[in-house]
Design a protein around this ligand. Structure first.
Ligand code: UDP
Ligand code: MG
Length: 368
């Protein structure tokens, strides 16, 4: 059973909608019969949002605010919310009421049934402009072709995590190129989805313009596809084959004209030289892919449950201890049992990965 639920709301210049959101969400949260906290991540808003949020926090101690010093972007706001959440499950959602707050009880019910990840899938989004709907559909098609992973189309930044996956996202996904919904979908665990109709924005304007969406899509490709780094292999093979064919033609065809006899060796030479250049680029691509993999330090594997490992202490094999000074960010590999996961997200900071296995660095932003 989830004893405390953290609801994380990203906010950037949302003064027009915050009061409506708060009025809508609070009765739903009160009706859950579960302890809760409502964490607003103010992503460097420059309108009246910070003051409105501070007011909410002043009237209700269950409301917590993380104020960024400047605008970092939605992905980072969600990350901060997950870092600071203290519940034993969390829900990420937008502030503009496009993610219906009335679905929170249904999400909690799924978590209580034992699902560890609940992805919310948009059924319709008629309020979005046509270019957004088209580019979103195209993005998922391309992404699923380019990546080894298959991502749910129309998944959104509306999702819920129980303690174990939340700890893995918090501790093991510290890379700065972020695409949260793919991180969430990439770690396995017992998953379910709930379909919802994206409502119109309750007030204010969308903060995502074409430039921001394009950047997010590029981050997603770079984060989850190695295909672009393998393109030189393709060109190298193509040009190498062309060079060889030209040489064969030159050797086999006796009755070539003078012009052809003079030009073919040059073309063959150019093809082979460029094939060699692309070959070297392809080799460098392989090293870059390895560097990226090492730099990201994604979990080597994620454990959802351990059986017969004794008590929680026995199933926390610290493979390489992290320095307690915090200056050393060497990886820690720890496992904690499912039985222990009731301790919530932050029973021992980055070390406790709930039922997950933590192979990441000590997260800078673990639960305080
Ligand atoms: N948001 C944010 N930082 C940003 C942009 C947006 O925290 O730099 C928040 C925003 O306040 C909202 C959510 O992210 O709660 C989704 O943004 P928006 O509604 O503008 O995007 P759309 O629904 O149009 O895709
Ligand atoms: Mg929106």
């Amino acid at each position: 059973m989830i004893e405390k639920l953290s609801v994380i709301v990203s906010v950037y210049n949302e003064e027009a909608v915050l009061a409506k959101f708060f009025a809508a969400v609070m009765p739903v949260m009160e009706g859950l019969g579960t302890d809760f906290e409502l964490i607003f991540c103010d992503d460097g808003s420059r309108d009246g949002s910070p003051a409105i949020l501070d007011h909410f926090a002043a009237i209700d101690p269950r409301v917590k605010i993380v104020h960024f010093s400047r605008n970092y972007g939605h992905e980072y706001a969600m990350t901060a919310g997950i870092d600071y959440a203290a519940g034993d499950a969390l829900i990420c959602m937008d502030a503009d009421l496009q993610h219906p707050v009335t679905l929170i009880p249904a999400i909690l019910a799924k978590l209580n049934e034992g699902y560890e990840i609940v992805t919310m899938v948009r059924r319709r989004n008629e309020s979005a402009p046509a270019w957004k709907r088209f580019s979103s559909a195209a993005f998922y098609k391309i992404m699923n072709k380019m990546s080894d992973m298959q991502f749910e189309e129309n998944a959104s930044d509306f999702f819920a995590l129980s303690a174990a996956p939340a700890n893995i996202i918090r501790n093991n996904f510290r890379e700065s190129t972020r695409y949260m919904r793919a991180f969430v979908q990439s770690i396995g665990f017992r998953k379910t989805s709930i379909e919802y109709d994206a409502e119109d924005r309750a007030a204010g304007e969308s903060k995502y313009n074409f430039r921001k969406l394009f950047r997010l899509a590029m981050d997603a490709f770079v984060s989850f596809s190695g295909l672009p780094l393998r393109l030189p292999d393709f060109f190298s093979a193509l040009l190498g084959a062309a060079g060889v064919v030209l040489l064969i033609i030159l050797a086999a065809a006796r009755r070539l004209g003078t012009a052809a006899r003079q030009a073919l060796p040059l073309y063959a030479f150019l093809c082979l030289v460029f094939a060699a250049v692309f070959l070297v680029l392809g080799i460098m691509g392989k090293y870059i892919a390895v560097l990226l993999r090492e730099a990201r330090r994604r979990p080597l594997y994620t454990v959802s449950r351990l059986v017969n490992f004794g008590g929680p202490a026995a199933c926390r094999p610290v493979i390489r201890p992290a320095s307690s000074s915090g200056a050393d960010s060497r990886p820690v590999i720890t496992v904690s049992s499912r039985a222990n996961s009731s301790a919530g997200f932050g029973s021992s900071g980055a070390i406790d990965a709930g039922c997950g296995l933590n192979t990441g660095t000590e997260a800078a932003g673990g639960k305080r």
